[in-house]
Design a protein around this ligand. Structure first.
Ligand code: KG4
Ligand code: ZN
Length: 341
C-alpha cells in the first residue's frame, strides 16, 4: 500500500506545502512572500502574518496538483526548526490541527537535515541517482553555512561551520550595500554573468581548520565601496557587473577551499551541496570543475530543491514514517538547533 504524506515548510519567508507518495513527489508548492522586498530583508512579524494568510491556499493547491483527497493522507509533516519562531509556529500549529482532525500521525523535521535529504527526492517517471553514504554535504543558506559528514539519513556530523555570517547572508548584505533588492544572492549571480570576476580582489579570511568566516569580507567590501564612492558617486552603477562577479568569486572560493580541505581530511569524494546558495551558478560550475580535477562524485540539487521548499520536508518525513518516528501533539518549534524540548 502506498503512503501519502502532506509536508509543510514555514521556517522563514516561503510558505510551502508538498505531497509525497512513498518517495515520489506529487506536488511541491512554494509561495514566496513579496512584502520583505520593501525592507531589504525578512521582517519576522510580517513573515508570520503572511504565512497565516498563505498556508491554507498553499495546502489546497498542493492537494489539487497531487490529485488526492486529504482523507488519503497517512501523515502530516512539518519543519520544527531552526528558523524564525513566529513563522515556525504557523506551520507547526497548522500541521498539528490537520493531523488531529484527520487522526493521522505527525512528523517533525529539522530544516537543515531536510536540505541535505533533498538529494533523495524522486520525481514521478524520472529516476535520479542519489549520493552514497558516507558523503559530505555543504549546506549554504541564508542562515547557515556548514559542512556535514552524512553517515545515514538521520546520522550527520558537522565538521566545519561559519563562526559569524552565513554565505547567503553575505550575498544578501553585499547586495544591500550595493543598493540591490532582497534577496541579493540571485541578483548578484545574474549580474555576475556580465562581469569580470578578476576585476577586484577581496581578501579571503585566514581561519584554521574547516570553519568559515564571512563578516570580514562583508566589512572590507563596505569600506572599499565607501572609499570609491567619495571619488565617484556613480561608482557602483558604473562597476556593478564586475563588483558582483568579483564578490561572488571570493565567496565561492572560500566555500570551495574548505570543501576541498574537508574531502582531503575525511577521504570522502562523494560531495553534495544544499541550501539556497547551492542555486549559485558559479558555485555549481566550480563543483563540476572539481569533479573533473579531483575525481569527486558531485551532487547538485535541482534549482527548485535548493531554496526552501516542502518537497525536502516530505522526503525526510517519508524516511521517518518508515521508522515510525512520530511526534507528539505537545511538540513545539525551536529557533536554533540544539534548543529542542
Ligand atoms: O535555503 P534558503 O532558501 O533559506 C534559508 O534557509 O536561509 O536560502 C536563502 C539564501 C538567501 O540568502 C539567498 O540570497 C541565497 O539563498 N540564494 C543565492 C542564490 N539563490 C538564493 N545566493 C547566491 N546565488 C544564488 N543564485
Ligand atoms: Zn533553508
Amino acid at each position: 500500500m502506498s503512503i501519502y504524506i502532506l509536508s509543510i515548510e514555514s521556517s522563514c519567508d516561503d510558505t510551502c506545502a508538498a505531497i509525497i507518495k512513498d518517495n515520489k513527489i506529487l506536488a511541491s508548492v512554494v509561495s514566496s512572500q513579496q512584502v520583505h522586498k520593501f525592507y531589504g530583508g525578512v521582517v519576522p512579524e510580517l513573515a508570520s502574518r503572511a504565512h497565516q494568510q498563505n498556508i491554507v491556499p498553499v495546502v489546497e493547491r498542493a492537494l489539487k496538483i497531487a490529485k488526492i483527497n486529504k482523507k488519503q493522507l497517512n501523515a502530516v509533516a512539518f519543519t520544527r526548526g531552526p528558523g524564525l519562531l513566529g513563522s515556525l509556529l504557523v506551520g507547526v500549529s497548522f500541521a498539528k490541527a490537520f493531523a488531529l482532525g484527520l487522526d493521522i500521525p505527525l512528523i517533525e523535521i529539522n530544516h537543515l537535515q531536510a536540505h541535505i535529504l533533498a538529494h533523495f527526492i524522486q520525481e514521478q517517471g524520472v529516476s535520479s541517482v542519489t549520493p552514497l553514504f558516507p558523503f559530505l554535504c555543504l549546506i549554504v543558506s541564508g542562515g547557515h553555512t556548514q559542512i556535514n559528514i552524512v553517515k545515514d539519513y538521520f546520522d550527520m556530523e558537522i565538521t566545519g561551520k561559519t563562526i559569524d555570517d552565513a554565505a547567503g547572508e553575505t550575498f544578501d548584505k553585499c547586495a544591500k550595500i550595493m543598493g540591490l533588492p532582497y534577496p541579493g544572492g540571485p541578483v548578484i549571480d545574474n549580474y555576475a554573468k556580465k562581469g569580470n570576476a578578476d576585476a577586484f580582489k577581496f581578501s579571503k579570511p585566514n581561519i584554521k581548520g574547516l570553519d568559515f568566516s564571512f563578516s570580514g569580507l562583508k566589512t572590507s567590501f563596505l569600506y572599499f565601496l565607501r572609499d570609491r564612492l567619495k571619488e565617484n558617486s556613480n561608482y557602483i552603477q558604473d562597476n556593478k557587473y564586475d563588483l558582483c562577479a568579483s564578490i561572488q568569486k571570493t565567496i565561492v572560493l572560500i566555500l570551495m577551499d574548505k570543501l576541498k580541505k574537508a574531502s582531503l581530511h575525511t577521504g570522502i569524494k562523494e560531495i553534495a551541496i544544499a541550501g539556497g546558495v547551492s542555486a549559485n551558478s558559479f558555485l555549481r560550475d566550480s563543483l563540476l570543475k572539481a569533479q573533473k580535477q579531483l575525481g569527486w562524485n558531485v551532487f547538485i540539487p535541482k534549482y527548485e530543491y535548493c531554496t526552501d521548499n516542502a518537497a525536502m520536508i516530505a522526503i525526510a518525513a517519508y524516511y521517518k514514517f518508515m521508522k515510525k518516528d512520530f511526534a507528539s501533539q505537545k511538540v513545539t518549534p525551536y529557533a536554533r538547533s540544539g534548543e529542542k524540548d
